[in-house]
Design a protein around this ligand. Structure first.
Ligand SMILES: [Zn+2]
Length: 340
Protein backbone atom coordinates (compact mmCIF):
# COMPACT_ATOMS: atom_id res chain seq x y z
CA UNK A 1 0.00 0.00 0.00
CA UNK A 2 1.17 3.53 -0.64
CA UNK A 3 1.74 6.03 2.21
CA UNK A 4 -1.58 7.79 1.63
CA UNK A 5 -3.59 4.54 1.79
CA UNK A 6 -1.74 3.50 4.96
CA UNK A 7 -2.48 6.86 6.55
CA UNK A 8 -6.15 6.76 5.58
CA UNK A 9 -6.48 3.34 7.19
CA UNK A 10 -4.86 4.64 10.40
CA UNK A 11 -7.14 7.71 10.30
CA UNK A 12 -10.10 5.30 10.28
CA UNK A 13 -8.51 3.70 13.38
CA UNK A 14 -7.34 0.60 11.55
CA UNK A 15 -3.94 -1.06 12.00
CA UNK A 16 -2.22 -0.78 8.62
CA UNK A 17 0.98 -2.75 8.06
CA UNK A 18 3.46 -1.21 7.82
CA UNK A 19 2.64 1.67 10.18
CA UNK A 20 2.40 4.95 8.21
CA UNK A 21 4.84 7.76 8.95
CA UNK A 22 4.51 11.46 8.31
CA UNK A 23 5.85 14.89 9.06
CA UNK A 24 3.71 17.56 10.68
CA UNK A 25 3.99 20.82 8.72
CA UNK A 26 7.46 20.68 7.25
CA UNK A 27 6.98 23.73 5.00
CA UNK A 28 9.91 25.77 6.29
CA UNK A 29 12.07 22.63 6.15
CA UNK A 30 11.09 21.87 2.55
CA UNK A 31 11.70 25.49 1.51
CA UNK A 32 15.14 25.45 3.15
CA UNK A 33 15.92 22.19 1.35
CA UNK A 34 14.94 23.84 -1.95
CA UNK A 35 16.92 27.00 -1.08
CA UNK A 36 13.81 29.07 -1.78
CA UNK A 37 13.09 32.44 -0.14
CA UNK A 38 9.63 33.42 1.09
CA UNK A 39 9.67 36.48 -1.11
CA UNK A 40 10.05 34.28 -4.20
CA UNK A 41 7.73 31.55 -2.91
CA UNK A 42 4.85 33.88 -2.19
CA UNK A 43 4.77 34.99 -5.82
CA UNK A 44 5.00 31.55 -7.40
CA UNK A 45 2.61 28.61 -7.02
CA UNK A 46 5.07 26.53 -9.08
CA UNK A 47 7.94 27.22 -6.69
CA UNK A 48 5.84 26.34 -3.61
CA UNK A 49 4.54 23.16 -5.24
CA UNK A 50 7.99 22.14 -6.50
CA UNK A 51 9.58 22.58 -3.06
CA UNK A 52 6.86 20.47 -1.42
CA UNK A 53 6.78 17.71 -4.05
CA UNK A 54 10.54 17.48 -4.40
CA UNK A 55 10.99 17.23 -0.59
CA UNK A 56 8.32 14.56 -0.47
CA UNK A 57 9.88 12.55 -3.26
CA UNK A 58 12.93 12.30 -0.98
CA UNK A 59 11.13 11.42 2.26
CA UNK A 60 7.68 9.94 1.37
CA UNK A 61 5.75 11.60 4.19
CA UNK A 62 2.21 10.17 4.21
CA UNK A 63 0.76 13.68 4.67
CA UNK A 64 1.84 16.94 3.03
CA UNK A 65 0.77 20.32 4.39
CA UNK A 66 0.34 23.06 1.79
CA UNK A 67 0.51 26.41 3.57
CA UNK A 68 2.91 25.20 6.25
CA UNK A 69 5.35 28.05 6.86
CA UNK A 70 2.67 30.52 5.71
CA UNK A 71 0.26 30.34 8.65
CA UNK A 72 0.61 34.05 9.45
CA UNK A 73 -0.27 35.08 5.89
CA UNK A 74 -4.07 34.98 6.43
CA UNK A 75 -3.54 37.18 9.51
CA UNK A 76 -1.64 39.62 7.31
CA UNK A 77 -4.40 39.43 4.69
CA UNK A 78 -6.83 40.58 7.40
CA UNK A 79 -4.81 43.67 8.31
CA UNK A 80 -1.53 42.90 10.11
CA UNK A 81 1.84 43.28 8.35
CA UNK A 82 4.62 40.87 7.48
CA UNK A 83 8.30 41.61 7.81
CA UNK A 84 10.36 39.51 5.38
CA UNK A 85 13.77 38.36 6.61
CA UNK A 86 16.91 36.96 5.01
CA UNK A 87 16.08 33.49 6.31
CA UNK A 88 12.95 31.74 7.50
CA UNK A 89 9.30 32.74 7.58
CA UNK A 90 8.36 36.43 7.71
CA UNK A 91 7.48 37.87 11.12
CA UNK A 92 3.99 39.15 11.88
CA UNK A 93 3.95 42.83 12.81
CA UNK A 94 1.02 44.65 14.42
CA UNK A 95 -2.53 43.44 14.85
CA UNK A 96 -5.46 42.97 12.51
CA UNK A 97 -7.93 43.64 15.35
CA UNK A 98 -7.19 46.73 17.46
CA UNK A 99 -10.31 46.69 19.62
CA UNK A 100 -12.60 43.80 20.61
CA UNK A 101 -15.58 46.14 20.20
CA UNK A 102 -14.75 46.40 16.49
CA UNK A 103 -14.48 42.70 15.65
CA UNK A 104 -17.50 42.97 13.34
CA UNK A 105 -15.55 45.36 11.12
CA UNK A 106 -13.01 42.67 10.23
CA UNK A 107 -13.52 42.15 6.49
CA UNK A 108 -13.16 38.42 5.79
CA UNK A 109 -13.53 39.13 2.06
CA UNK A 110 -9.87 40.14 2.19
CA UNK A 111 -9.00 36.43 2.51
CA UNK A 112 -10.54 35.77 -0.91
CA UNK A 113 -8.79 38.72 -2.55
CA UNK A 114 -5.30 38.10 -1.15
CA UNK A 115 -2.61 37.28 -3.74
CA UNK A 116 -0.39 35.24 -1.41
CA UNK A 117 -3.31 33.06 -0.33
CA UNK A 118 -4.20 32.51 -3.98
CA UNK A 119 -0.62 31.40 -4.62
CA UNK A 120 -1.03 28.73 -1.93
CA UNK A 121 -4.38 27.59 -3.34
CA UNK A 122 -2.88 27.13 -6.80
CA UNK A 123 0.13 25.37 -5.27
CA UNK A 124 -2.18 22.88 -3.54
CA UNK A 125 -3.80 21.99 -6.86
CA UNK A 126 -0.34 21.42 -8.38
CA UNK A 127 0.78 19.29 -5.42
CA UNK A 128 -2.42 17.25 -5.60
CA UNK A 129 -1.87 16.66 -9.30
CA UNK A 130 1.80 15.71 -8.85
CA UNK A 131 1.73 13.48 -5.75
CA UNK A 132 -1.92 13.29 -4.65
CA UNK A 133 -2.14 9.58 -5.50
CA UNK A 134 0.45 8.63 -2.89
CA UNK A 135 0.41 11.54 -0.41
CA UNK A 136 -2.53 12.78 1.68
CA UNK A 137 -2.73 16.48 0.80
CA UNK A 138 -3.94 19.04 3.37
CA UNK A 139 -4.24 22.79 3.64
CA UNK A 140 -3.07 24.16 6.99
CA UNK A 141 -3.86 27.14 9.20
CA UNK A 142 -3.96 28.15 12.84
CA UNK A 143 -6.97 26.74 14.69
CA UNK A 144 -9.50 29.38 15.85
CA UNK A 145 -8.00 30.08 19.31
CA UNK A 146 -4.47 30.70 18.03
CA UNK A 147 -5.86 32.49 14.96
CA UNK A 148 -7.70 34.86 17.33
CA UNK A 149 -4.52 35.36 19.36
CA UNK A 150 -2.62 36.29 16.22
CA UNK A 151 -5.38 38.70 15.13
CA UNK A 152 -5.56 40.53 18.45
CA UNK A 153 -2.14 39.87 20.01
CA UNK A 154 -1.59 36.91 22.30
CA UNK A 155 -0.78 38.89 25.46
CA UNK A 156 -3.84 41.06 25.03
CA UNK A 157 -5.99 37.98 24.41
CA UNK A 158 -4.73 36.36 27.63
CA UNK A 159 -5.73 39.45 29.62
CA UNK A 160 -9.09 39.66 27.86
CA UNK A 161 -9.96 36.02 28.72
CA UNK A 162 -10.42 37.31 32.26
CA UNK A 163 -11.41 40.97 31.71
CA UNK A 164 -13.70 40.73 28.68
CA UNK A 165 -14.86 37.14 28.01
CA UNK A 166 -17.81 38.36 25.89
CA UNK A 167 -15.51 40.39 23.68
CA UNK A 168 -13.21 37.37 23.35
CA UNK A 169 -16.13 35.17 22.36
CA UNK A 170 -17.05 37.63 19.59
CA UNK A 171 -13.43 37.54 18.38
CA UNK A 172 -13.37 33.73 18.46
CA UNK A 173 -16.61 33.51 16.46
CA UNK A 174 -15.02 35.71 13.82
CA UNK A 175 -11.74 33.75 13.92
CA UNK A 176 -13.60 30.46 13.47
CA UNK A 177 -15.43 31.93 10.48
CA UNK A 178 -12.10 33.18 9.06
CA UNK A 179 -10.49 29.74 9.47
CA UNK A 180 -13.38 28.06 7.66
CA UNK A 181 -13.30 30.67 4.91
CA UNK A 182 -9.51 30.32 4.55
CA UNK A 183 -9.80 26.58 3.78
CA UNK A 184 -13.00 26.68 1.73
CA UNK A 185 -11.37 27.40 -1.68
CA UNK A 186 -9.19 24.27 -1.26
CA UNK A 187 -12.26 22.17 -0.47
CA UNK A 188 -14.22 23.63 -3.37
CA UNK A 189 -11.34 22.97 -5.78
CA UNK A 190 -10.95 19.39 -4.53
CA UNK A 191 -7.24 20.02 -4.06
CA UNK A 192 -7.00 18.62 -0.49
CA UNK A 193 -7.95 15.36 1.24
CA UNK A 194 -8.16 16.95 4.69
CA UNK A 195 -7.69 20.15 6.67
CA UNK A 196 -4.84 20.58 9.18
CA UNK A 197 -4.80 23.10 12.02
CA UNK A 198 -2.16 24.03 14.58
CA UNK A 199 -3.17 25.49 17.93
CA UNK A 200 0.01 26.22 19.90
CA UNK A 201 -1.73 28.79 22.12
CA UNK A 202 -4.31 26.20 23.26
CA UNK A 203 -1.52 24.21 24.95
CA UNK A 204 -1.58 23.20 28.61
CA UNK A 205 1.60 25.27 28.85
CA UNK A 206 -0.42 28.39 27.99
CA UNK A 207 -4.05 28.05 29.12
CA UNK A 208 -5.86 25.96 31.74
CA UNK A 209 -8.22 23.12 30.89
CA UNK A 210 -11.09 25.33 32.03
CA UNK A 211 -10.10 28.11 29.60
CA UNK A 212 -9.52 25.51 26.88
CA UNK A 213 -13.03 24.21 27.44
CA UNK A 214 -14.54 27.70 27.44
CA UNK A 215 -12.57 29.46 24.71
CA UNK A 216 -10.72 26.99 22.47
CA UNK A 217 -12.74 23.78 22.22
CA UNK A 218 -16.18 25.17 21.21
CA UNK A 219 -14.74 27.01 18.19
CA UNK A 220 -12.47 24.12 17.26
CA UNK A 221 -15.53 21.85 17.40
CA UNK A 222 -17.56 24.28 15.32
CA UNK A 223 -15.11 24.50 12.40
CA UNK A 224 -14.34 20.78 12.63
CA UNK A 225 -18.07 20.07 12.30
CA UNK A 226 -18.34 22.36 9.27
CA UNK A 227 -15.38 20.66 7.59
CA UNK A 228 -16.90 17.26 8.38
CA UNK A 229 -20.11 18.38 6.67
CA UNK A 230 -17.95 19.04 3.58
CA UNK A 231 -16.60 15.47 3.89
CA UNK A 232 -13.25 16.79 5.06
CA UNK A 233 -11.41 15.25 8.07
CA UNK A 234 -9.51 17.54 10.47
CA UNK A 235 -5.94 16.94 11.68
CA UNK A 236 -4.74 18.95 14.68
CA UNK A 237 -1.46 19.62 16.45
CA UNK A 238 -1.04 21.44 19.76
CA UNK A 239 2.46 22.13 21.05
CA UNK A 240 3.46 21.16 24.56
CA UNK A 241 1.36 19.50 27.22
CA UNK A 242 -2.12 18.35 26.24
CA UNK A 243 -2.57 15.38 28.61
CA UNK A 244 -5.39 17.09 30.50
CA UNK A 245 -7.42 17.94 27.39
CA UNK A 246 -7.08 15.01 25.00
CA UNK A 247 -10.66 13.96 25.79
CA UNK A 248 -11.91 17.43 24.85
CA UNK A 249 -9.94 17.35 21.58
CA UNK A 250 -11.53 14.01 20.70
CA UNK A 251 -14.96 15.39 21.69
CA UNK A 252 -14.41 18.25 19.20
CA UNK A 253 -14.48 15.71 16.37
CA UNK A 254 -10.79 15.88 15.43
CA UNK A 255 -9.88 12.79 13.34
CA UNK A 256 -6.12 12.85 13.81
CA UNK A 257 -4.21 14.48 16.68
CA UNK A 258 -0.45 14.94 16.35
CA UNK A 259 1.09 14.81 19.84
CA UNK A 260 3.95 16.97 21.04
CA UNK A 261 7.03 15.01 22.12
CA UNK A 262 6.55 16.13 25.73
CA UNK A 263 3.32 14.12 26.03
CA UNK A 264 3.61 10.49 27.12
CA UNK A 265 2.53 8.49 24.07
CA UNK A 266 1.35 5.41 26.00
CA UNK A 267 -0.75 7.49 28.41
CA UNK A 268 -2.26 9.51 25.56
CA UNK A 269 -3.29 6.32 23.79
CA UNK A 270 -4.96 5.05 26.97
CA UNK A 271 -7.17 8.15 26.95
CA UNK A 272 -8.14 8.44 23.29
CA UNK A 273 -7.40 5.17 21.50
CA UNK A 274 -10.44 4.15 19.51
CA UNK A 275 -11.70 7.76 19.43
CA UNK A 276 -9.15 9.48 17.20
CA UNK A 277 -5.98 8.65 15.34
CA UNK A 278 -2.79 9.67 17.16
CA UNK A 279 0.44 10.86 15.54
CA UNK A 280 3.64 11.03 17.50
CA UNK A 281 6.04 11.84 18.80
CA UNK A 282 9.78 11.85 18.14
CA UNK A 283 11.56 14.91 19.55
CA UNK A 284 11.98 17.29 16.59
CA UNK A 285 14.94 19.19 18.05
CA UNK A 286 17.04 16.94 20.31
CA UNK A 287 16.56 13.83 18.16
CA UNK A 288 15.72 14.96 14.61
CA UNK A 289 17.75 18.17 14.38
CA UNK A 290 20.65 17.33 16.73
CA UNK A 291 20.70 13.53 16.83
CA UNK A 292 22.34 10.97 14.57
CA UNK A 293 20.51 8.61 12.22
CA UNK A 294 20.88 5.93 14.91
CA UNK A 295 19.27 8.20 17.50
CA UNK A 296 16.33 8.75 15.13
CA UNK A 297 15.93 5.02 14.45
CA UNK A 298 15.96 4.23 18.18
CA UNK A 299 13.42 6.95 19.03
CA UNK A 300 11.18 5.89 16.14
CA UNK A 301 11.35 2.22 17.20
CA UNK A 302 10.40 3.15 20.76
CA UNK A 303 7.27 4.93 19.45
CA UNK A 304 6.40 2.02 17.17
CA UNK A 305 6.75 -0.48 20.03
CA UNK A 306 4.50 1.64 22.24
CA UNK A 307 1.84 2.48 19.67
CA UNK A 308 2.25 0.45 16.50
CA UNK A 309 -0.06 -2.45 17.21
CA UNK A 310 -3.24 -1.03 18.65
CA UNK A 311 -4.67 0.80 15.63
CA UNK A 312 -5.12 4.45 14.75
CA UNK A 313 -1.46 5.37 14.92
CA UNK A 314 0.98 7.21 12.64
CA UNK A 315 4.65 7.77 13.44
CA UNK A 316 5.49 11.50 13.36
CA UNK A 317 7.82 14.09 14.85
CA UNK A 318 6.43 15.74 18.01
CA UNK A 319 6.04 19.12 16.24
CA UNK A 320 6.93 20.88 13.01
CA UNK A 321 10.60 20.25 12.26
CA UNK A 322 13.21 23.06 12.22
CA UNK A 323 14.62 24.02 8.80
CA UNK A 324 18.08 22.63 9.69
CA UNK A 325 16.99 19.00 10.27
CA UNK A 326 19.26 16.78 8.13
CA UNK A 327 17.47 15.07 5.24
CA UNK A 328 18.99 11.71 6.30
CA UNK A 329 17.27 11.99 9.70
CA UNK A 330 13.84 12.59 8.18
CA UNK A 331 14.42 9.68 5.80
CA UNK A 332 15.47 7.48 8.74
CA UNK A 333 12.30 8.37 10.65
CA UNK A 334 9.98 7.43 7.78
CA UNK A 335 11.95 4.31 6.78
CA UNK A 336 11.93 2.95 10.32
CA UNK A 337 8.14 2.84 10.17
CA UNK A 338 7.62 1.58 6.64
CA UNK A 339 10.58 -0.79 6.76
CA UNK A 340 12.00 0.45 3.45
ZN1 LIG B 1 4.26 21.98 18.05
Amino acid sequence: MNPKALFQEALELGTPKPTPASLWGGGAWAFALAGASYRDLVASPDLVAQAITSANEKVSSAVVFVGSGFTNFPIAALGASLEFKEKGAPALVGQAVADLAQVDQLDLGRLDADQALQTLQRAAALVKEAIGATAYVTSISWAPFTFAGRLYGMDRLMTALVDDPKGVEALLERAAEAVFRYHLPYLEAGSVDGVAMADPMASGDVISRRHFQQFAQPYLAKVTQRFAECGCPVLLHICGRTDDRLDLIADAGVKGFFLDHRVDLAKALEVVRGRMCIGGNVDPVDVLARGTVDDVVQAARACLETAGDGGGYVLTPGCDIPPDVPLANVQALIRTAIGA
